[in-house]
Design a protein around this ligand. Structure first.
Ligand code: BG6
Length: 486
């Protein structure tokens, strides 16, 4: 990889930069995966010198690896600037130009907007006004821009944001991050389905009863009250991460394994999702809030923002007709787990009918995190002189099957931006199709229906969520089926 590259991190003093972006860049740097000529231009409103910011990064990373740090520190510089208000952006241009001069060739410019969603639009506008969207004229190297979810807060704002972005950048230059797509186990959904002939014949409504997709977190809103209180669980996780997991689990096989092929099939699923009616939203969704949420920092006292969201969707196509897909997410739950559980239909196994004490349907668990792996629940004969049946789990665990560590999602995604591969990024059409599903739910929820259910921190969420699935004759399988607990 030879093209000299500069990445401008806007919002470099923020939470995301600290927790994900700098650690990922440092990991790539340590493993010699970045272009040999590489610069990081960090920018935020807070005043810093290059050195004081470098020290901050060193602290963020909790570094011991002094030797590598010294050379990493040299690629970082800091420019105080306000992208939202358009202040001091000319300094960024100067930095980029001087880097280009030094490199004696065109550089690839990458802008990473790691800022509050409320100011993304203004930031893009200011970037354009300052001509930062123009690349190197000599070789026509076009800059790339990375935008973080949520993309807007509904369909309308997502379209407005897109209008602003497309005034300066073409779709091939825009990298919309949903970091779940950078996770190893999420990429493996694709491989499981389309790399193994075993599953395809049974991956449909003839054999599958329903699907449960869960992202549970033990943490609360932490220091993100200001953002979270305006966002809520449905916009923060369901609109993006959960809908993306749903598309990967249910999409048809793309004709080509590339950005266009994959995007086309994902979009098809999103467009086929039945938009829930008002009645369905009232009766088949749950919005919850953990006890104590309104006392969190920067959360308004009477806030009705949900920290737990459960919705039930149907994909209206031949493969999935009639199969409920439950998407649930929540903060301050009993622990961290993300999983996709596919429950198969119960068969009347005539041959073994006498030995069947209770129903034991098969399940496939895709354990996204932690204890990454895949489990298949089967029924087996319990060893002994009589015939008794027991459920057993067959497991593939990353920890035991591979001795290579899994890269962090942001490492993969940042590398893909540098390489110009958009396969793991979201298209504008996907963004819009996702809002079309979420907006009607938000609208009914904003009118206070169904009632906000308060749940205990450390529980598995509101009782209403248990009742909802029970009413459908089912139970929650995560974390019951958690696998790879080694
Ligand atoms: C982010 C959400 O997109 O994902 C956070 O904004 C959430 O609220 C985080 O905590 C969870 O990511 P992960 O990778 O820890 O599952």
């Amino acid at each position: 990889m030879t093209q000299p590259t500069a990445i401008v991190i806007v919002g470099a003093t923020g939470n995301l930069a600290r927790k994900r972006i700098f650690p990922a860049l440092f990991a790539l740097f340590k493993n010699n995966l970045l272009p040999s000529t590489f610069r990081i231009i960090a920018t935020a409103r807070t005043p810093h010198s290059d050195n004081s910011f470098r020290k901050k990064v060193k602290d963020m990373l909790g570094l011991k690896d002094e030797v590598k740090w010294q050379s990493f520190a040299k690629v970082i510089s800091y420019v105080p600037a306000d992208f939202g208000e358009g202040i001091n952006l000319a300094e960024i241009t100067k930095k980029l130009d001087s880097f280009e001069k030094e490199a004696q060739t065109c550089i690839l410019r990458i802008y990473y907007l790691s800022i509050s969603p409320q100011i993304v639009k203004d930031a893009v506008q200011n970037l354009g006004k300052n001509k930062l969207h123009l690349g190197c004229r000599l070789h026509n190297t076009r800059p790339r821009i990375i935008v973080e979810k949520p993309f807007g807060k509904d369909l309308k704002t997502a379209q407005i944001l897109e209008k602003t972005l497309s005034a300066y950048f073409a779709e091939e230059q825009i990298y919309r991050i949903d970091h779940y797509l950078g996770k190893e186990t999420v990429q493996n959904i694709f491989v499981l389905r389309f790399g193994n002939d075993l599953f395809e014949p049974i991956w449909n409504n003839r054999y599958i009863d329903h699907i449960q997709i869960t992202t549970a977190e033990g943490i609360g809103v932490e220091k993100r009250g200001q953002f979270y209180d305006k966002t809520g669980a449905l916009r923060d996780i369901t609109q993006n991460h959960l809908l993306q997991l749903l598309t990967l689990t249910t999409m048809e096989e793309p004709e080509t394994f590339d950005v266009n092929g994959i995007r086309e099939k994902k979009l098809e699923v999103l467009k086929n999702i039945k938009i829930p009616s008002v009645g369905e939203i009232i009766n088949s969704t749950v919005r919850g809030q953990y006890k104590g949420y309104t006392q969190e920092e920067n959360v308004s006292a009477g806030s009705k923002t949900e920290t737990y969201a459960l919705i039930k969707l149907f994909v209206n196509n031949t493969r999935w007709q009639g199969i409920p897909i439950y998407l649930r997410t929540g903060k301050k739950l009993m622990g961290k787990v993300t999983s996709i559980i596919i429950q198969f239909k119960e068969k009347s196994h005539k041959l073994l009918a006498n030995f069947w004490q209770k129903p034991m349907p098969n399940h496939i668990t895709l354990q996204i995190q932690p204890n990454e792996g895949i489990g298949i629940r089967l029924v087996a004969k319990k060893p002994g002189l009589t015939t008794a049946l027991e459920p057993v789990d067959m497991e593939f665990c990353y920890k035991t099957s591979f001795d290579t560590p899994q890269p962090e999602a942001y490492e993969r995604l940042l590398l893909d931006v540098i390489l110009g591969d958009q396969s793991l990024f979201i298209s504008q059409q996907e963004v819009e199709a996702s809002w079309k599903i979420i907006d009607p739910v938000e609208k009914v929820w904003a009118n206070g229906r169904p009632k906000l259910a308060i749940y205990e921190p450390g529980s598995w969420g509101p009782k209403e969520a248990e009742d909802l699935i029970k009413k459908d004759g089912r139970i929650w399988l995560a974390p019951l089926l958690t696998i790879c607990k080694i």
